[in-house]
Design a protein around this ligand. Structure first.
Ligand SMILES: [Zn+2]
Length: 187
């Protein structure tokens, strides 16, 4: 999945959580910014593709741990166990701040979902498609084509529509729009 699709999916998942949890528009807005930050790019699981990480991967002998090492792309940062560990801390977070952790988790996990769906196997390293079931090996995923027709449909139509609709719901502005649409359609 490309970066732009990851970020849109991150926004949509956080907004869905905001709707489900009844967050205020301010919380939903701040949560969406967090989701945007951790669903794609340097602060997301794809931090394993950036310069500092790649450099560290070349220097550190993590390959000695087997299976290509935890620092490889779609390795440890893409393991579902990390967000589970963070989720385990939620009960000790003061209730007023839990939404921040939940937004972080939702954005991060949306990236894992995206990579589970999209992304072919890497023949060169022998890595399978998707995300690791074990900490950095045993990849599973649907292996849909990154940057293919389905992803571009999701990125250019499905997710923008979802994010727009969810934003309206969060701002409690969906009712006037529905009334307007039903007026236009002349029911
Ligand atoms: Zn990724």
């Amino acid at each position: 999945m490309t970066g732009a699709t990851h970020r849109l999916l991150g926004m949509s998942v956080v907004l869905g959580l905001a709707v489900a949890q009844g967050w205020s528009p301010l919380q939903a807005g701040a949560g969406t910014v967090i989701g945007l930050a951790v669903s794609g790019g340097r602060l997301s699981p794809d931090m394993d593709q950036f310069r500092g990480w790649r450099l560290a991967d070349r220097v550190l002998p993590d390959e000695a741990l087997g299976q290509g090492g935890p620092m490889r792309h779609r390795g440890l940062t893409h393991w579902w166990g990390l967000p589970i560990l963070v989720a385990a801390t939620v009960p000790v977070v003061p209730p007023g701040y839990r939404w921040l952790v939940l937004a972080l988790l939702a954005g991060w996990c949306s990236h894992l979902l995206g990579d589970f769906l999209f992304g072919r196997a890497d023949a060169r390293s022998g890595r399978g498609p998707g995300i690791p079931l074990a900490p950095w090996w045993g990849h599973v995923g649907l292996g849909l084509d990154t940057g293919g027709g389905l992803e571009s449909l999701v990125r250019s139509v499905v997710l923008p529509a979802a994010v727009l609709w969810q934003s309206l719901v969060v701002m409690h502005a969906d009712r006037p729009l529905l009334d307007f649409l039903s007026g236009v359609l002349g029911d």
